[in-house]
Design a protein around this ligand. Structure first.
Ligand code: CTP
Ligand code: MG
Length: 171
């Protein structure tokens, strides 16, 4: 697959995993309501168990569809591509929660905008996939493409989700 199409295919499990919890989430919070000694919630009500599992599953399925066509780049064979779909999806939700953890420690309320919202999930997914990915993934041009596209697309998707009535706030 020609660049940058291959890079877009790589992002599919990450973007599906990151966006689907708005629809699939709800119910019990991942932190079960627990607070740390700073008095703030560990993660807050914006991170739910259903959102975490649903997002991971949705991203894994999306990655699986790409892998079924042998089209997930940066992995040596199809089996690794299927595994990568899961790792990328899980890494995305994990990174999203890490972002919220840091946000709460900084005293920023759930749902308020914060720079990590836009990029933490991507950084953690890229770090977690390292052990099974081709080192070419980390070429500076690829990283720049991922970062710029995500910094542009993420706010746009949030605005659309807000207009569609899926999200309370436009960020
Ligand atoms: N969501 C969820 N479970 C997750 C992630 C997201 O249920 N693990 C749902 C929640 O309904 C959340 C919405 O998707 O409100 C938007 O996600 P996000 O913007 O990441 O969460 P915020 O509500 O902004 O919370 P935070 O400040 O912790 O990022
Ligand atoms: Mg938010």
């Amino acid at each position: 697959m020609e660049p940058p199409l291959d890079l877009l295919l790589f992002l599919i499990p990450i973007y599906i995993a990151n966006s689907s919890p708005v629809v699939l989430g709800g119910g019990a919070p991942l932190d079960l309501g627990m607070r740390l000694s700073d008095g703030q919630r560990v993660l807050g009500d914006g991170k739910t168990i259903r959102g975490f599992i649903g997002g991971t599953l949705a991203g894994t399925v999306a990655g699986g569809v790409v892998a079924a066509f042998h089209l997930l780049p940066f992995f040596p064979d199809q089996t690794t591509q299927f595994i990568a779909g899961f790792v990328l999806a899980f890494g995305t939700l994990f990174g999203d929660s890490v972002g919220s953890f840091i946000k709460r420690r900084a005293g920023v309320a759930s749902g308020m905008p914060f720079i990590l919202d836009t990029i933490a999930f991507l950084i953690v997914a890229l770090l977690m996939i390292g052990p099974i990915a081709n080192a070419r993934l980390y070429d500076i041009g690829n990283l720049a493409f991922f970062a710029v596209l995500t910094l542009v697309l993420h706010p746009m998707m949030n605005m659309l989700a807000n207009k569609a009535g899926l999200k309370k706030v436009p960020w």
